[in-house]
Design a protein around this ligand. Structure first.
Ligand code: FES
Length: 270
């Protein structure tokens, strides 16, 4: 056996303690409901967002990125130039960051390994034995999941622009507008901020690699920031799903406004 073969063999997934055989388990609860529901919601949202942000323009022409001062979060910041090729959606120029951020997210990895790869299908539930042939995140392609922290740093760029988009959402012509659209935009950017700040990598970035939490003023400040991020981190799963739904809803709302199917209900205009 070659050295490389021996290393890969050592990295292969251990047999584990779950019941043997795909789907075998001693659990008596309805463990399959959550992965199935999550697969449906995730596939729908990911499919819709890819279609709207990347495929719609090249396939059908008009982009519907903006309506009544609302810029779809899939296209923010909006990058266009005069002779831009039709096959290139402006969404693609920015969406690779949030897509990479979500695809490599620790929580989403757990979720989609479960519902797409049955790896494992649930806690203490047997998985297909074919998984033992692979080194999983120790080898290509899944070793690329380790670049998550770099997507985290990049994710704050579109997030900053999404907060800037709140200004025209509330002040489209210099006058205050409180409407359903501005409320959806504020909710969306708040949840996206919660999702980013509750990231496991950010928690480690702020509070990791410290031998002492109280030795200097800077270390005490990092400790307090780490405690605050940890309290957000406990809700990371909720932020992940809620923000995925609000991004989808926000883009859909802008599209429906742009084609005139809905009119933005305004509660207050000053
Ligand atoms: Fe989920 Fe970083 S762990 S965004």
């Amino acid at each position: 056996m070659t050295v490389q073969g021996a290393v890969l063999r050592a990295l292969r997934k251990p047999r584990g303690t779950a019941s043997q055989g795909f789907g075998e388990t001693t659990r008596r609860d309805s463990w399959a409901i959550y992965p199935i529901l999550q697969a449906i919601v995730f596939t729908f949202c990911a499919g819709y967002l890819t279609f709207s942000g990347v495929l719609w323009g090249p396939l059908f022409g008009p982009q519907f990125v903006e309506a009544d001062g609302y810029l779809s979060p899939l296209f923010s910041p909006l990058i266009v130039w005069p002779d831009m090729p039709r096959w290139l959606s402006p969404g693609l120029l920015i969406l690779w960051i949030p897509i990479g951020f979500r695809a490599t997210c620790y929580y989403y990895r757990k979720a989609y390994y479960r519902f797409y790869f049955a790896d494992p299908p649930g806690c203490a539930v047997g998985e297909p034995t074919i998984h033992r042939k692979f080194a999983l995140e120790n080898a290509f392609p899944f070793i690329l999941q380790n670049i998550h922290r770099y997507f985290l740093y990049l994710a704050f760029i579109p997030l900053t622009f999404l907060w800037l988009d709140i200004i025209p959402a509330f002040l489209p012509d210099g006058r205050l507008r409180l409407g359903l659209g501005s409320a959806i935009f504020l909710l969306n950017v708040t949840l996206l901020t919660g999702y980013s700040l509750s990231c496991h990598s950010l928690r480690h970035f702020v509070g990791g690699r410290l031998d002492c939490f109280s030795c200097t003023r800077r270390q005490r400040a990092r400790y307090e920031a780490w405690r605050w991020l940890s309290s957000l981190n406990r809700h990371h799963m909720a932020y992940a799903w809620a923000s995925l739904l609000t991004v989808t809803l926000t883009d859909l709302y802008v599209r429906l406004l742009a084609v005139g199917i809905v009119v933005d209900p305004t509660l207050l205009r000053l």
